[in-house]
Design a protein around this ligand. Structure first.
Ligand code: UDP
Ligand code: MG
Length: 338
């Protein structure tokens, strides 16, 4: 069955790639070299939307040079480093294809998979997700922590997040339109993608190691990313706290009855410093954790209510104003050089 594929026979549609880049001078040109021949086999009408996420190396110069060589390479230059998820949001806002694929520049998302994704889309799927078969290209620490993270997310799970699937996926235009309706400031893209639903198909691949340069994720960034995933997509931590509080109160109630009865019958019992201190420390610890969890949510409410733009664009190269299917809601390019 080909629902969305009827009019889109091979070659008769536009395809957008969205590539966030942060200090990627080492791999930038190699990426174009690898990916353009693949795209050419699929359609003559493609665009590569590159987002320079505030790089402080020569990435932007390389991108502008590439755009001048081949106008199908388009460039969005953000005003500073906003982080991968926001850079991706910017690129997705500007992409105008019938189908859009976010992809990493370091060739860890194999471009050879793109034709297969497009085929599945033409068969009528709205989203084709590339899932990593294994994580052997990651360090043991990253592998274990990723596993734990996905298991925890699943436990909390309100919308099921496909484990080991990154941002590398093909999205139909209708998915893109839906995605643009999600205004939240916390851009945990994996979660947003999963929340969308639609007809999905999964294809499996082995992830290669980075083709050059180094990962932009420090352990601290990964930790914050994990927290974002948990607190932006689930209110279950709050509920767990309610139950924990309830259980502790029941326990405390029983203990109070016991202590009062014992005191009434046998009189006061002065020794007990140790147990008193232990109980006090335990409960103040619990209170602090509870406050911390509340704080996570309040902090998020705070950022959401400020309603700041997701990203700011300094320059955009290669976009017509009316070229875009849906204009970015939150920012406009400051200057539109061609
Ligand atoms: N990236 C970005 N902004 C950032 C960090 C990363 O645009 O602040 C881009 C980076 O250039 C790459 C992609 O996001 O294209 C994935 O980054 P990386 O390869 O460092 O992540 P990993 O593959 O290690 O998860
Ligand atoms: Mg990578």
């Amino acid at each position: 069955m080909a629902t969305s594929g009827d009019s889109k026979k091979r070659g008769n549609f536009t395809l957008s790639l969205v590539v966030p880049m942060y200090n990627e001078e080492e791999v930038c040109d190699l990426f174009f070299e690898k990916v353009i021949p693949v795209l050419k086999t699929i359609t003559s009408d493609f665009e590569i939307v590159c987002v320079n996420d505030g790089s402080n190396d020569t990435t932007l110069d390389l991108l502008i040079a590439a755009h001048e060589r081949d106008p199908r390479i388009k460039v969005i230059n953000l005003s500073r480093n906003f982080g991968k998820d926001r850079a991706l949001t910017a690129g997705l806002d500007y992409a105008s294809g019938d189908a859009t694929i976010p992809i990493d520049v370091d060739l860890q998302d194999p471009p050879e998979l793109i034709p297969e994704m497009v085929d599945k889309w033409l068969e009528g799927y709205d989203m084709v997700v590339a899932v990593r078969r294994d994580r052997t290209s990651d360090s043991v620490v990253k592998r274990t922590s990723a596993n734990l993270f996905y298991r925890f997310l699943k436990l909390l799970g309100e919308s099921p997040i496909t484990p080991n699937a990154g941002d590398f996926r093909l999205m139909d235009r209708r998915v893109m339109t839906a995605l643009k309706k999600m205004p939240e400031r916390s851009r945990f893209m994996k979660g947003l993608f999963s929340w969308l639903g639609f007809r999905q198909y999964e294809i499996y691949y082995s992830r290669a190691v980075r083709s050059g340069g180094s990962t932009k994720w420090s352990p601290l960034k990964l930790w914050n990313f994990a927290l974002d995933g948990i607190f932006s997509f689930s209110t279950i931590p709050l509920r767990i706290w309610t139950y924990l509080g309830l259980a502790l109160s029941v326990f405390a109630g029983i203990y109070i009855l016991f202590i009062v009865t014992r005191t009434l019958i046998w009189g006061t019992d002065l020794p007990g410093y140790a147990s008193l201190v232990v109980i006090m420390l335990f409960f103040s610890g619990m209170n602090m954790i509870g406050l911390g969890i509340l704080g996570e949510y309040i902090g998020r409410i705070f950022t959401e209510t400020k309603r700041r733009p997701h990203y700011l664009v300094r320059d955009a190269f290669g976009f017509d104003e009316d070229d875009r299917s849906v204009a970015p809601q939150h920012s406009k390019p400051a200057r539109n050089r061609k």
